[in-house]
Design a protein around this ligand. Structure first.
Ligand code: HEC
Ligand code: HEC
Length: 328
């Protein structure tokens, strides 16, 4: 009997390794959304991670996804604008890619509806990896260990669809929710200082109004808003996708998690520090026809500004940067 149950346990372990993949979903987070046609398995996640850190995905073999999305910066880029192949600069700041499984659209303008569809963007973008997806597949086909890995993950040869599915699978597992703020929420009253607690009250109350957009477990309503960064937007934001005048200057509301690690800020990286961000909201920024009505001059006191910045810094999950599951 003992032996049978032991064998059974081993069999279940093996099944557990190959047929599904457990993501540690933090307390207070909803169940991880995973599309039915791309269930998570260890093989898919590992393949996706290998692709994420592989410079072969770029034409010149110099740039990997991980060159612009750095683990120690919560997978954002500390450079204002990222450098793609041959040092080519794009026009937007690379955001954090943490907790993206919960997002309902991708890119600052929401131009991609799923992580699978997003993943092809940087590969073919001439300013990023500048690759033809067919050439990516040809390079992978030439590598027997990749052919084997695709076979085990998707039971097929490398293909555009499985390259993007594997990348999406890896990214879906990058979930983070162990900041001091989270420990405070779970009942550890000492996890936040007095100043951070005052900052939390400002962010979640009418004094700061942040909660209208940065709300819920991931501090985003997944909407598109104009937060008064400019009176005249060079980058039209959401209007680039919808072509509606009403969407000019609206950008995806980003999460505030790990924001202390992801400077510089905003779609163009134009605000260098969290102090500058808080200064922006305190002043109310530049109004225009698509401005959000909740953005107005707050005239925060010096102490309120310090408290708000302190709160934002308490949203850092220190374990993320060194987590071996997400590093090459
Ligand atoms: C040259 C730098 C660079 C490289 C290489 C790069 N990215 Fe990005 N990434 C960016 C920038 C910049 C943005 C923001 C673009 C935008 O919003 O239009 C971005 C956005 C994203 C987003 C959207 C995040 C969100 O919150 O909506 C995801 C996901 C992502 N990248 C994944 C990847 C993957 C996967 C790869 C490799 C296949 C990759 N990136 C390669 C710079 C890069
Ligand atoms: C009306 C919705 C709205 C409100 C209210 C709001 N924000 Fe934002 N926030 C946004 C949008 C949209 C962006 C991205 C804008 C862009 O990229 O141009 C943003 C960006 C940020 C960023 C930069 C994040 C990054 O990854 O670059 C921080 C930090 C931030 N907001 C903090 C706050 C704080 C603190 C408050 C309250 C004082 C606040 N926000 C109020 C919509 C809002």
């Amino acid at each position: 009997m003992g032996r049978v149950s032991h064998l059974l346990a081993i069999a279940m372990l093996v099944v557990g390794c190959t047929d599904d993949f457990d993501v540690d979903v933090p307390a207070g987070f909803p169940a991880l959304p995973v599309p039915a046609d791309n269930a998570l398995t260890a093989e898919r996640v590992h393949l996706g991670k290998r692709l994420f850190y592989d410079t072969q995905l770029s034409r010149t073999r110099e740039v990997a996804c991980g060159s612009c999305h750095l683990a120690e910066h919560a997978f954002a880029d500390p450079r204002r604008l990222s450098a793609g192949v041959e040092g080519r600069l794009g026009s937007r700041n690379a955001p954090s890619i943490v907790n993206l499984a919960y997002n309902t659209s991708f890119f600052w303008d929401g131009g991609a509806p799923t992580l699978e569809q997003q993943a092809i963007g940087p590969i073919i973008n001439p300013l990023e990896m500048d690759m033809k997806i067919g050439d990516v597949v040809a390079r992978l086909e030439a590598d027997a260990s990749y052919v084997d890995a695709f076979d085990r993950a998707y039971d097929t040869r490398p293909s555009p669809g499985t390259v993007t599915k594997a990348l999406a699978s890896f990214m879906r597992t990058i979930v983070s929710g162990d900041s001091r703020y989270d420990r405070f929420q779970r009942g550890d009253a000492t996890a936040l200082t007095e100043s951070e607690q005052r900052g939390l009250a400002i962010a979640t109350g009418e004094r700061g109004e942040c909660f209208h957009c940065h709300v819920g477990f991931n501090f985003t309503n997944n909407g598109f808003r104009n937060n008064n960064l400019y009176a005249d937007y060079v980058d039209l934001g959401r209007a680039r996708v919808t072509e509606l005048a009403d969407d000019v200057g609206k950008f995806k509301v980003p999460t505030l998690r790990n924001v202390a690690l992801t400077a510089p800020y905003m779609h163009d990286g134009s605000l260098p520090t969290l102090e500058a961000v808080v200064e922006h909201y305190s002043s109310g920024g530049f109004a225009s026809p698509t401005s959000d009505p909740t953005i107005r001059p707050l005239d925060l006191t010096a102490e309120e500004k310090r408290d708000l910045v302190a709160f934002l810094r308490a949203l850092t999950d220190e374990s993320l940067a060194t987590d071996p599951r997400f590093r090459p």
